[in-house]
Write a protein that binds this ligand. Structure first.
Ligand code: PFF
Length: 479
């Protein structure tokens, strides 16, 4: 089985080694979800209880699903739809299960469209802080604080000004999507793998460096207390729901991303330890990102529950009064940008691989069609902040009646498509796939296999099913 799959995949582009795959998969997992969304949610949800519940979700639900997606890709050796079909056929199940691969490709396509818009904000802030740093260096004070001379209102007003400018939002979105498209068009080995090999070490150096900086000049004790001391009364059903959703998003689950990346593995079958490495790295980065951001927020006495603007409005102001704030502020946004690139390429790769595998398109053509399409949808998302501010795409649905275009695409993919994809993955791999094949391909045996099987066949469908229902009908949660 494994040998046959490798033989048929031999002519395909692929990872050069197991460690290249792990690095690329960690690059896919570590993204805006870790450095922007996780601190935002942890801050809004009151810290410790959310964080501990999140970690439990990652290891009890996320990890078994990571292994399942990689298994499908490794066994199928082609795009998500083709891989699911192959596993289904080899297991005597209906090839119609491949529908969740197609749905994943659509979800990844929609996510990359707004992901690029948000990454565009990061690019804009990297530009603002970079310009400020150049001025600091020019005036002979390279280690001064950021944006000196600007009031808190001015600094925080930058975000509103950015949102009011479709031209600026569009330029940043174009740059970011162009970069993503360029890397994906170059292919798996010389595009995606090379990007991950350069960018991920850079990301880790920046992450550790800025965290040490935060520990020295910031308030690490309060940050750790906030992040790890649980106040269980804050663990409401809504908070649990958002922690579960965040675990799926952060591990890139439910959109067939790891099926696609897994299909480029050409050797070895230690998929259990590979999956664990991805889950541990992703979670560690989220926690370290918290320990990087909150000491700085607390040192200046700012509000950890600022919401999605925490990173964009709160932190630049905090950097103003910190030593070397101009330098660190710039590096901070570069760090987020690097994380965003290695994730956006993995998102665009899912539909691109589908175009190559199922339609027979060339890689260039497929990447251009999906990258171009996502760029256009992204334009609609960014216009939703200004010219189309009144547009409510799913306004007839109470869940989305007050959400702008970007939040609608984000909410629909995150609350509907992603949990549905994860639910179908767990049912398919837990109940439909031939379990002997699962053992052969993953290398899982004995009690480890038993534990994994219980989690994927019972706990995941139940828990993910609950997220789906409560996400769609929040009134079930009493709120
Ligand atoms: N895991 C990424 C993040 O945390 O930012 C987002 C993501 C990337 C989701 C790739 C899905 C995916 F296929």
């Amino acid at each position: 089985m494994v040998a046959a799959a490798s033989a048929s995949g031999a002519s395909r582009d692929g990872w050069s080694s197991r460690s290249a795959f792990i690095l690329a998969a960690i690059g896919a997992a570590v993204g805006l979800g870790n450095v922007w969304r996780f601190p935002t949610l942890a801050g809004e949800s009151g810290g410790g209880a959310f964080v501990i519940f999140y970690i439990a979700c990652v290891f009890l639900l996320g990890l078994p699903l990571v292994l399942s997606e990689i298994f499908i890709g490794r066994a199928g050796q082609t795009d998500a739809v083709g891989s699911i079909k192959k596993v289904a056929e080899d297991s005597g199940a209906s090839p119609r299960w491949s529908i969740f691969g197609a749905m994943g490709a659509v979800a990844a396509f929609l996510i990359v469209s707004f992901y690029s818009v948000v990454a565009g904000w990061v690019l804009y802030y990297a530009g603002v802080m970079g310009w400020d740093l150049l001025q600091a260096i020019g005036s002979g004070e390279p280690f001064r604080g950021a944006l000196v001379g600007e009031s808190q209102e001015m600094i925080q007003g930058r975000m509103g000004n950015l949102f009011a400018s479709p031209g600026m939002l569009l330029s940043m979105h174009l740059l970011f999507m162009g970069l993503t498209l360029w890397i994906v068009a170059r292919g798996v080995g010389s595009g995606i793998e090379k990007a991950a090999t350069w960018l991920m070490p850079m990301f880790f150096v920046l992450l550790v460096g800025i965290t040490i900086y935060g520990a020295v000049v910031g308030d690490m004790t309060d940050a750790i207390k906030f992040l790890f001391t649980p106040d269980w009364s804050k663990l409401t059903p809504a908070v649990m729901n958002s922690a579960l959703g965040q675990a799926l998003f952060s591990l890139s689950l439910g959109v067939a991303g790891l099926i696609t990346y897994g299909s480029y593995i050409q050797e070895g079958s230690k998929l259990g330890s590979t999956s664990a490495a991805i889950a541990i790295a992703d979670t560690s980065v989220a926690l370290i990102a918290g320990m990087m951001i909150f000491p700085i927020v607390f040192a200046v006495g700012l509000d950890p529950a600022a919401g999605p603007t925490l990173v964009f409005q709160t932190l630049p102001f905090a950097f103003q009064s910190m030593p070397a704030g101009a330098l660190i502020g710039f590096l901070f946004f570069v760090l987020i940008l690097v994380a965003a690139v290695t994730s956006s390429i993995s998102l665009l790769e899912v539909p691109t691989a589908w175009g190559i595998g199922e339609r027979g398109w060339s890689r260039h053509k497929s990447a251009l069609i999906f990258g171009g399409g996502a760029f256009l949808i992204g334009i609609a998302c960014l216009l939703g902040y200004n010219v189309w501010a009144d547009v409510r795409l799913l306004g007839f649905w109470s869940l989305f009646e007050n959400t702008d275009i970007l939040d609608t695409v984000d909410g629909f993919t995150g609350k509907v498509m992603l949990p549905l994809g994860a639910l179908l993955t767990s049912i398919f791999v837990g109940w439909k796939a031939d379990q002997k094949m699962v053992q052969d391909v993953t290398g899982l045996t004995g009690p480890m296999f038993g534990v994994w099987r219980f989690l994927i066949a019972w706990l995941c469908p139940l828990a993910v099913g609950i997220i789906l229902v409560t996400g769609l009908f929040p009134s079930v949660l009493g709120g």
